[in-house]
Design a protein around this ligand. Structure first.
Ligand code: PLP
Length: 287
């Protein structure tokens, strides 16, 4: 069955899904996006993602193209038309199509909305196979990384650098030596004293929905963690490093810049938290 996408009010075959050359997303990266994971036909943390989408739009003063109910109806229609049970939903909103001019177009310009759906492999069953290597790179992004902007060039270059070095993620380090986040993930670690930590939220990092969901699970389970910045040197000394995102879930990093993290295998904390998220989604690990 051919894929179907939603583009500005129409359901179209994915191969014909197009936006205008003067879409401000195309010309200025003047837009925002969200990615929601779909597991066995269920959207995971959709509320959190829709809230963050609304916030990103507000911060950039892009009008909301639709209410959440209408947006969910589009997603439902795409699920039906594409018949995909495990995958990811991509939503992008830009400031719309207008004559190329840096300043905002005239009020009333319709924001562009694109929603696509892509099949992904089922939830991982084996943590060893799911783990990978990371590298560190300088964080070269703008000052509002809390907005999920489609302006991702530094993230693209960082991820490509990782790929060229046989790694799966690039962990970005700020000019002050502190770790910000991965090119598309939140970074967590178990530090050398055994404390589970992730960076404080600020304008330097995206407030991850998976981070929020995991933080809730940790609170419910009575597991303590600290939100406190850490340096690249602390990361190198960590017992465990793992990443979270809607599509990475909990992903252990077993090598950093070519050196093993801890004993070079997924650690017990990452394993436990992966299982927490898997249970929450109705999945589970093969032991
Ligand atoms: N940080 C960055 C830069 C990201 O791009 C992402 C996800 O795309 C995340 C963190 C994790 O966010 P979430 O858990 O909402 O997927």
């Amino acid at each position: 069955m051919s894929r179907v996408a939603y583009v500005n009010g129409r359901y179209v075959p994915h191969r014909h899904a197009q936006v205008h050359v003067e879409d401000r997303g195309y010309q200025f990266a003047d837009g925002v996006y969200e990615v929601v994971y779909l597991h066995q036909g269920r959207l995971i943390d959709a509320d959190l993602h829709l809230q963050r989408l609304a916030r990103s739009l507000r911060e950039l003063r892009i009008p909301k193209p639709l209410g959440d109910t209408a947006l969910r109806a589009i997603i439902d229609e795409l699920l039906t038309r594409n018949r995909i049970a495990n995958g990811l939903i991509y939503m992008q909103v830009t400031r719309g199509v207008a004559r190329r001019e840096h300043a905002f177009p005239r009020p009333g310009t319709r924001p562009s909305l694109v929603v696509t759906l892509r099949r992904t492999p089922a939830f991982p069953k084996n943590l060893e196979g799911w783990s990978g290597a990371a590298i560190t790179v300088p964080d070269q992004r703008w000052a509002r990384c809390d907005i999920k902007s489609v302006g991702l060039l530094p993230n693209v270059l960082a991820k490509q650098a990782a790929r060229e070095q046989g790694a799966v993620e690039a962990i970005m380090v700020d000019a002050d030596g502190t770790v910000t986040e991965g090119s598309s993930t939140t970074v967590w670690m178990v530090d050398s004293a055994g404390v589970l930590r992730t960076r404080t939220l600020s304008e330097r990092v995206l407030p991850g929905c998976t981070r929020a969901a995991l933080a809730g699970e940790l609170c419910d389970a009575g597991i303590g963690f600290e939100q406190r910045p850490f340096s690249a040197a602390e990361l190198r000394a960590a017992r465990e490093i793992f990443l979270t995102s809607a599509t990475s879930f909990v992903k252990p990093m077993v090598r950093l810049d070519g050196a093993p993290v801890g004993d070079g295998t997924p650690g017990p904390v990452a394993r436990r938290l992966f299982e927490m998220l898997a249970r929450r989604m109705g999945g589970g690990l093969n032991r």
